[in-house]
Structure formats: C-alpha cells, structure tokens
Design a protein. Structure first.
Length: 251
C-alpha cells in the first residue's frame, strides 16, 4: 500500500506571476525563457538555504511550480516558530526582489496552516487560504501577510524594523514592503536605479484599466519609498515616464 499523505502545520507562500497566462498563450518564447529562469532561481534558492540550515531549528523549504504559480512551504517547528517565520519571510522577500529585477510583478499570499507537500504533490487548507489571499485580497502586485503570520512577526518587532518592514495599506491589509527589504545603505543609489529601470521595463502603458491600475500602484509605492529615503531624483514621473494625460484619459 502506498504511503498515506498526512497534513502538518506549515508556513506557505503562494505566488502568481502577473500577466504570465496571457503571454504563455501567445507563445511568447522570450517571456517563457524568462519564466524558466526565475523558476530555476527558486530551485537554486531553496537548495542553497536548505544546505545551510540548522536541522534542529528549521525544516527544509520545499517548492512546487505549476504554470505561472509557485508555492514555497516549510513545516513548522513549534518551539522555533518566531525564528522560522521571520526567516521564511526574508526568503520570500529576496525572491520577490529577484523576480522584479528579472521583469516580473508578483502577487501572493502568506499564511500558516495544515499542508502536505512533497516532490510531486501539494494539498491542504493552507494552500487554499494562501490562494484566496492572492486571488481575492491582494488585488495589487503585493504579497499579503495573513493576520496569524503578522501576529507571530510582531514578537520580533525590533528585528523587523532593522531588517525589513511590513507595509499596511489604506485597506488595512498587511503585506511585505518589497522595496525596504532590498534597501542596503552602501548601495542605495545603485539599487534604486536598478529597481526604477526594472519597473519601467515592466510597466508599459496599455489601454486596459486593470493593468494600468496595477502599474500605477507599483509606481506610487516606489515613489513613496524614494521620498522616505530622500532620493527623489529616482522617482517615476507618471506623465513623462509612463503615460501622458491623453492616454490616461482614454482608459
């Protein structure tokens, strides 16, 4: 008899690469190669971190890829849950940075719950919850953090402020502050220039309100970050760099 699947408590990230379905259907070979590249990065990242972890404190991070979605999951060790959740968020944040620089906007959800995952199969209530966060709550290109995860992260608040922060939107939804996580003071200007270039490469104007809405959200978040960092010269001018008044009025 085959081994039975058994769900255990995991932290899980469900990520969706925005706009990928449309370009895959078009047979966009260049895009598909880019997607393959960033998927390979995910595998490399998992392999690298799993080779470095202390097995007494952390379990391996596993992944599953299907079409334009990727799942990262890590089984929870109860006595180390704060340390584990913090490090998992850092892992996902670093991958979001790689994805942005590779030309992808990502939307997703992170939660904790029951899950089964192996090399060929993933299932469980946590997967459904993470998917719901991505598809129903996130809306914009952001990775939403479930309240249960936020509650755990609040226990290491000083460490969070030092290394990364959780942003909260006007809708009171917590998500990863994707720009602060990649901010390193010595290379601030180089990092901001790379991010600016990546955003302008992704956010190309087109007459689709939903797409424009997501683009403008990303640009606004980046501009706000530049203001906080007192690096206004890197801000993106929507009317000059992205679209003009006539174009925006036409949507």
């Amino acid at each position: 008899m085959e081994k039975q699947t058994k769900e255990t408590r995991h932290i899980i990230a469900y990520l969706d690469f925005l706009g990928a379905k449309k370009r895959i259907c078009r047979g966009d070979t260049e895009f598909i190669n880019q997607l393959k590249f960033i998927y390979e990065k995910a595998e490399q990242n998992c392999h690298k971190i799993n080779n470095c972890i202390d097995n007494n404190r952390l379990t391996p991070i596993k992944q599953q890829i299907f079409s334009d979605n990727i799942v990262f999951a890590q089984e929870i060790i109860s006595e180390n849950i704060v340390y584990q959740v913090f490090n998992f968020i850092l892992f996902v944040s670093a991958y979001l940075h790689q994805s942005l620089l590779a030309g992808f906007l990502v939307r997703g959800g992170i939660t904790i719950g029951d899950l089964y995952i192996d090399n060929t199969f993933v299932s469980g209530k946590a997967l459904i919850k993470a998917y719901q966060l991505e598809s129903q709550i996130a809306i914009y290109p952001r990775v939403v953090v479930d309240f249960d995860v936020f509650g755990i992260l609040s226990l290491v608040d000083d460490m969070i402020r030092k290394n990364f922060s959780l942003a909260v939107g006007d809708d009171l939804i917590y998500c990863i502050d994707g720009f602060r996580i990649i901010y390193k003071p010595p290379g601030k200007r180089i990092a901001l220039e790379k991010i600016r270039k990546a955003i302008l490469g992704i956010c190309k104007y087109e007459q689709n309100f939903k797409i424009v809405q997501k683009h403008l959200w990303v640009i606004t978040q980046f501009n706000d970050f530049c203001t906080v960092q007192k690096q206004e010269k890197y801000k993106i001018d929507v009317l000059k760099d992205y679209a003009n008044v006539e174009q925006l009025a036409s949507i």
